[in-house]
Design a protein around this ligand. Structure first.
Ligand code: 13P
Length: 247
């Protein structure tokens, strides 16, 4: 049995007050792992607020090097030093807006692993790729890029988030059937590549997850939790999503 994960990606939102509200009113379920990804400005505070609990925190992004003259960036080792445990990598907003190519994503994945953080590798196709029946190929290309850069067992200490670009922030989540098909494909890919324990790997779905659709999605056999954007900014909605994965 894979333990479900409910993860909050606050993106460029949130405040010190939101950190405190989460610390005081967020449910802390035993049946799921809860991970929080605030902005890097609030990461140290949120990590401190949840220190000693089962709730883990992580960075939304890190740079490809350990330290140096990279104005505006943070490194994976800095994230590890403040006792955060995770980092997102390859989010479609990073890929589309900030030029994170497959090669850069692979480098970031490697530096996150080297800092002994858990990477949450985000993959997903664009609408154009889906409409031209290239969704499978697009996701496999993104996975291959990381596998080529990290020759050890890539997915033994990492998590994959399938986030179709067309479902992010649009209010139009993938249907449970589409999400299940893509998650099964990813798991099969990992099995075929021998790049990790495919049965133990947790694959999260992201893209317009709400309290209203979480239960239907989590019922699918290869969906192991969620990476939640907009709905994770409201602690009540986030709590309801957490409750929906309880079986
Ligand atoms: P939304 O839940 O706002 O669609 O965002 C999903 C996402 O990008 C999580 O990383």
């Amino acid at each position: 049995m894979r333990k479900p994960v409910i993860a909050a990606n606050w993106k460029m939102n949130g405040s010190a007050e939101l950190c405190e509200r989460f610390a005081s009113t967020m449910v802390r379920p035993e049946y799921a792992d809860v991970w929080l990804f605030p902005s890097s400005l609030h990461l140290a505070k949120l990590t401190e607020l949840f220190r000693g609990s089962d709730v883990a925190t992580g960075a939304q992004n890190v740079w490809t090097d350990v330290s140096g003259a990279y104005t505006g960036e943070i490194s994976a080792s800095m994230v590890a030093r403040i006792h955060a445990e995770l980092a997102l990598v390859g989010h479609s907003e990073r890929r589309a807006t900030f030029g994170d190519s497959d090669a850069i994503v692979a480098k970031k994945f490697k530096i996150i692993m080297e800092a002994e953080l858990i990477p949450v590798l985000c993959v997903g196709e664009t609408l154009e790729e889906r409409e031209s029946e290239m969704a499978h190929l697009a996701v496999q290309r993104q996975l291959h890029a990381v596998e080529a850069a990290w020759d050890r067992s890539v997915y033994s200490h990492s998590v994959i988030a399938y986030e179709p670009v067309w479902a992010i922030g649009t209010g139009k989540a993938a249907t449970a059937a589409i999400a299940q098909e893509m998650h099964a494909l990813i798991r099969e890919h990992v099995r075929m590549q021998g790049s990790g324990d495919a049965d133990a790997l947790r694959i999260l779905y992201g893209g317009s997850v709400k309290p209203e659709n979480a239960r239907e999605l989590i019922a699918e056999s290869d969906i192991d939790g969620f990476l939640v954007g907009g709905a994770s900014l409201d602690v009540d909605d986030f709590n309801r999503i957490c409750e929906s994965v309880k079986n």
